[in-house]
Design a protein around this ligand. Structure first.
Ligand code: SF4
Length: 373
């Protein structure tokens, strides 16, 4: 008789069914994990990511391909900028870390830059952990880990993550460095891009904290990361310290929710499958069977954004107008409900949202009447 399945095995089996027969699981990377924090309440995204579904392939099969991905030119320019920032043993990068985050420490005249090459992601993760332990054993020095590899446990499987750099300060604390190719203009950058970089860095911080927890004493993982960007469209690096405590807390909470994808999977109809090989109508029904919370922020964070936006508009959901509007409207969830409440045809007049809508409608009518006189 076969041995009884453990909960973990049963869940893995169920997730493989959802992904589709012979469809390989797409490993979660820092960008995917960071995007979870951009829309914490979306069950659709949680189950698709948890099951390792390739959302870009799914979006194409649904007829709403995602617009993600950098051009070859942008990739080449980004790589050239990163190489410049890390030239001369990372001298400029370490100078920026010292200037923005640790002015009380000795300036980094020289630093250890260990070789992190190893075979496979597991080998590279072990090598990184070894070098971090080595740096912890030699306080007083600066150490630069160039493209270390970290592992984060996500729903029982390791996600391998590769930050641009991690710096070990002389006091033994660790800082994540993110190098991006969008410009810092007069010391500030596009808030949406900085937010995305902060969410990504928060994932690295969580992974580093797992490494730190295995050391005794545990080194401090700093919650202010260094964001390095080109200054004012030049190729010269400029840096800014970014506090990622909020993003770290949201991502940590999301990862805990991911471990409960079992509940979402159980609520799905028997036979649900997200394989891109399926006909578009079957696939649409499968995707629609999982509740989603579309918001305009999805456009920069999730491959399914065009599909979910179209569905949200079709149903007249107020979520497509943005989270602040949705929050203001309370229990009114569709544009139709909102208009009916404003016209006085529905809604409780004691509800502040309904009262505000009626007042706005009355003011609009008055203004139109005055304009026609
Ligand atoms: S695009 Fe759709 S699946 Fe992705 S996070 Fe937004 S609502 Fe969820």
């Amino acid at each position: 008789m076969p041995p009884p399945r453990t909960r973990g095995t049963a869940l893995r089996h169920r997730l493989a069914e959802l992904r589709g027969p012979d469809v390989p699981a797409k490993a979660l990377d820092a960008r995917a994990l960071a995007a979870l924090a951009a829309n914490p309440g979306c069950a659709r995204r949680a189950i698709l990511d948890g099951a390792g579904v390739n959302k870009a392939a799914l979006a194409s099969a649904l007829g709403s391909p995602s617009a993600f991905g950098q051009s070859q030119f942008a990739l080449t320019r980004g790589n050239a900028f990163e190489a410049k920032v890390k030239a001369d043993g990372g001298a400029e990068l370490l100078r920026l870390v010292h200037e923005k985050l640790d002015r009380s420490a000795e300036p980094p005249a020289e630093a250890r830059v260990p070789d992190l090459t190893a075979t496979g992601p597991q080998g590279r993760t072990a090598r990184t952990a070894l070098e971090l332990r080595e740096a912890a054993a030699h306080p007083g020095a600066w150490t630069l880990l160039d493209h270390p590899m970290l592992a984060l446990d996500v729903a029982g499987s390791p996600a391998f993550l590769e930050p641009d750099a991690v710096v070990v300060h002389p006091d033994g604390s660790w800082t994540v460095v993110e190098i991006k190719s969008f410009p810092l203009l007069d010391g500030s950058a596009d808030p949406a891009k900085v937010g995305a970089a902060a969410r990504q860095a928060a994932v690295y911080v969580l992974a580093l904290e797992e490494v730190a927890a295995r050391l005794d004493p545990s080194p401090r993982v700093r919650h202010r990361i260094l964001l390095v960007c080109p200054r004012d469209f030049s190729n010269l690096p400029a840096a800014s310290a970014v506090d990622i405590r909020k993003q770290r807390a949201v991502t940590a909470r999301q990862l805990t929710r991911l471990t409960r994808i079992e509940d979402i999977a159980e609520a799905l109809p028997e036979g649900t499958c997200f394989s891109p090989e399926l006909p578009a109508d079957e696939l649409t029904a499968a995707v629609e069977s999982v509740p989603a919370t579309y918001a305009p922020e999805c456009l920069s964070a999730c491959e399914l954004a065009f599909h979910c936006r179209a569905r949200s508009r079709e149903t007249g959901a107020v979520t497509s107008l943005g989270r602040p509007v949705r929050a203001e409207l309370g229990g009114l969830t569709t544009v139709e409900d909102v208009l009916a409440a404003a016209r006085g045809e529905a809604g409780d007049p004691a509800d502040p949202a309904v009262a505000a809508l009626r007042r706005a409608a009355a003011l609009r009518a008055e203004a139109l009447e005055a304009a026609c006189r």
